[in-house]
Ligand binder design. Structure first.
Ligand SMILES: C[S@@+](CC[C@H](N)C(=O)[O-])C[C@H]1O[C@@H](n2cnc3c(N)ncnc32)[C@H](O)[C@@H]1O
Length: 300
């Protein structure tokens, strides 16, 4: 049987007639996406929208995007809007992406937090607030696990991952990845933190899958959360929050709103890490820059 990967799907898209999308329908779709998730897409980028959504519209037996918009207003609308967000969101991530943050955590962040009692008087919690398939959170978990083994008596620590997409969270929770998703993870770390599927006569090395070891999985909790909604009470108070490579999709107003929301769940003296390209024009009150894309929440 022929393998079907993303490139095959792209080739199919080029050879199949696109589902008709009027300019007004494209505008309406991106407006819904922005209102639900804060994610902005240029409505003139109909090729991207078609690539991500045509298959779904066809599977529903609909002829065009005007019919799809009508479907979004039906009783199945709310569930379908969730699918729309999942289809149009970008989940690009990798192990140890923007590695400087993990080096900072290991050499500066953790020592400072432990000095103030994190990991001892309360469990030290790292929260990946737009965690995608989990690679950002597992990378932080590796840093924490290694650090904990170095310090006398070890540390109490936990991992929290949230995302707006239920589908990507299922993948994160499972913690199973293909070899192509392991880029960024050294061979030493692979042998310490991954379980490998058994080789078999019918499985080529490329088809092997890898699972995050229980040492990390057992410490992680994943749940759905929208950065633009109420977060307080849904996630535990965190010592470090990774909020990276998601604000770039938001307007300046929504960026500020998302940061204010996550700050409610950050301990005073805790750290907020933003993506290196998440340029903020103005910083919400209560945060002090302490390094490259690293901010400390002021003590009350
Ligand atoms: C590009 S990935 C970034 C993953 C990871 N933080 C990293 O830097 O590698 C962006 C993630 O943000 C999620 N996302 C987008 N809008 C969101 C929102 N309003 N609330 C929560 N998550 C959101 C997407 O589903 C996606 O998984």
């Amino acid at each position: 049987m022929a393998l079907r990967g993303p490139s095959q799907a792209y080739a199919d898209m080029l050879t199949q007639p696109a589902v008709p999308m009027s300019t007004a329908a494209a505008r309406e779709l991106v407006t819904i996406l922005k209102a639900e998730a804060g994610i902005r897409i240029d409505p003139s980028n109909t090729q991207f929208i078609s690539y991500r959504l045509d298959r779904r519209v066809t599977a529903l037996g609909l002829d065009d995007y005007d019919q799809y918009l009508t479907h979004l207003q039906s009783p199945e609308g709310p569930a379908e809007i969730q699918r729309l967000v999942e289809s149009l969101a970008t989940h690009t991530t990798s192990f140890f992406r923007e590695k400087a943050h993990y080096d900072w955590l290991d050499t500066v962040g953790l020592p400072k937090l432990i000095e103030t009692g994190a990991g001892r008087t309360h469990p030290l919690v790292v929260w990946s607030a737009a965690c995608s398939s989990g690679l950002e959170l597992w990378s932080a978990g590796i840093v924490l696990d290694r650090y904990s083994h170095k310090v006398q008596g070890g540390l109490r620590w936990g991992l929290v991952g949230t995302d707006i997409s239920a589908a990507i969270l299922r993948k994160a929770r499972l913690g199973i990845y293909s070899s192509s998703e392991l880029a960024g993870l050294s061979f030493d770390l692979r042998s310490d933190y991954l379980l490998r599927s058994k080789p078999g006569a019918r499985i080529s090395p490329k088809q092997r899958v890898y699972r995050i070891a229980p040492a990390l999985r057992n410490r992680a909790h994943f749940s759905a959360a929208n950065l633009l909604g109420k977060l307080e009470g849904h996630v535990p108070l965190a010592d470090v929050i990774f909020l990276r490579n998601v604000l770039i999709y938001f307007t300046a107003e929504d960026r500020t709103r998302a940061i204010r929301n996550v700050m409610q769940c950050l301990r005073p003296g805790g750290y907020l890490l933003l993506g290196h390209s998440d340029n903020l024009r103005s910083l919400p009150a209560g945060l002090t820059p302490t390094g490259t894309a690293v901010f400390r929440k002021d003590e009350r």
